[in-house]
Ligand binder design. Sequence first.
Ligand SMILES: [Zn+2]
Ligand SMILES: [Zn+2]
Length: 350
Amino acid sequence: MTTNATTVPAYAAPAAHAPLERTTVPRRAVGEHDVLIDIKYAGICHSDIHQARDGWGEGIFPMVPGHEIAGVVAEVGPGVTKHKVGDRVGVGCFVDSCRECEYCLQGLEQYCTQGMTGTYNALGKDGEPTYGGYSTHIVVDENYTLRIPEGIALDEAAPLLCAGITLYSPLAHWQTGPGKKVAIVGLGGLGHMGVKIAHALGAEVTVLSQSLKKQEDGLKLGADHYYATSDPETFTKLAGTFDLIISTVSAPLDFGAYLSLVKTDGALVNVGAPEEPVALNLFSLIGGRKTLAGSMIGGIAETQEMLDFCAAHGLGAEIEVIGADRINEAYERVIASDVRYRFVIDTSTI
Ligand SMILES: [Zn+2]
Ligand SMILES: [Zn+2]
C-alpha cells in the first residue's frame, strides 16, 4: 500500500430518478497492482442515464456513473509494470473479471462467466460498490487500465472507451475491410464512431438513419452513402446490399426489413439494447444463411488495439465538453438526441 484509502469529489445520483449532485465517494488504497488515475475527462454514455434512472433495475445508490474515462496516472502500486506516473490512460466499462474462465483467458473479459465487474453500479471483489468516472480520481487494477496513445486528445479519447470499442469489436469480428459493404443504423454517439472506424478500416460505409437531418455530418465523418429509413424506397433500393449491418439504436427495429438488406452469409449485429422483446420471422434468416447477432463492448486487449488503431488514423469522438454543473441538462439533451455526438465532462469542474 502506498497511500491510504481516501474520499474524492464526484457527481452522483443519490437515488433512482434523482438529479445528479456533487458529493464525495471513497476510493480504495492503491494496492500492489493498482494505479491511481487523475481523471481529466469522462464521457456521458446513454447507459449512464439508463442506470442512474434505474431503467435496468437493481441500481446501487448513490451511483457515480461514467465508464468512458480518460486521465493521467498519478501513482502506481509497487507491483505495477504496465503503467507509470504521468502516463495517459483510460478505463472503460469494467474494472475486473474472474481472470480464469475460458473467456477471460481468451481476452474476452466482457463475456466472463462470473460476470465482469462494472466500473460503476457493481460490487468489487472486496464487496464494496464501484464508483465511475464522474469524479476526480479512480483506483483501478493495472490489467484493466488502457494506454491512450499520443495522437488522440484525452477529451476525444474518453468516448472511445465505450462507444468506440462497442463498434470496433463487431467491425473487427466480422472482418470489415476493403471490398466490404457496411451499414450503420443510427448516427448517434455509437453510430458516429462506427462510421469513422468502418471508413478507416477501408469499407464502403452507408448510414441508415430515420431522416436525412444529419446527412452532411455523416458524409463528413466518412460515410459514402446516406439513406433515410423513413423512406420505404430505401428498403427496395438496398435489398441484398450489405455484408454487415450494425444497429446502434435501442428502439425495437423491424429486424426482418433490415435483414432483407443483408447479403447471403451476411450479418445484422445489434449493439443497442431494446428493452422490449422482438418478433422475427426466421425465414428472413434461412433464405440467405444470414446471421442475427449481438455484441457487447470488447475485451482489454481488443480495446487497446482499438485505441492504437484510432491513434494511428487520427480518430477521436466528436464531442461537446461540459462542466459538471451541466450533467443533468446534458442527460435531457441525450434523451432528446440533441448532441453531436458525445458529451464529455471536464472533471476539473467537479
Ligand atoms: Zn457506455
Ligand atoms: Zn472470467
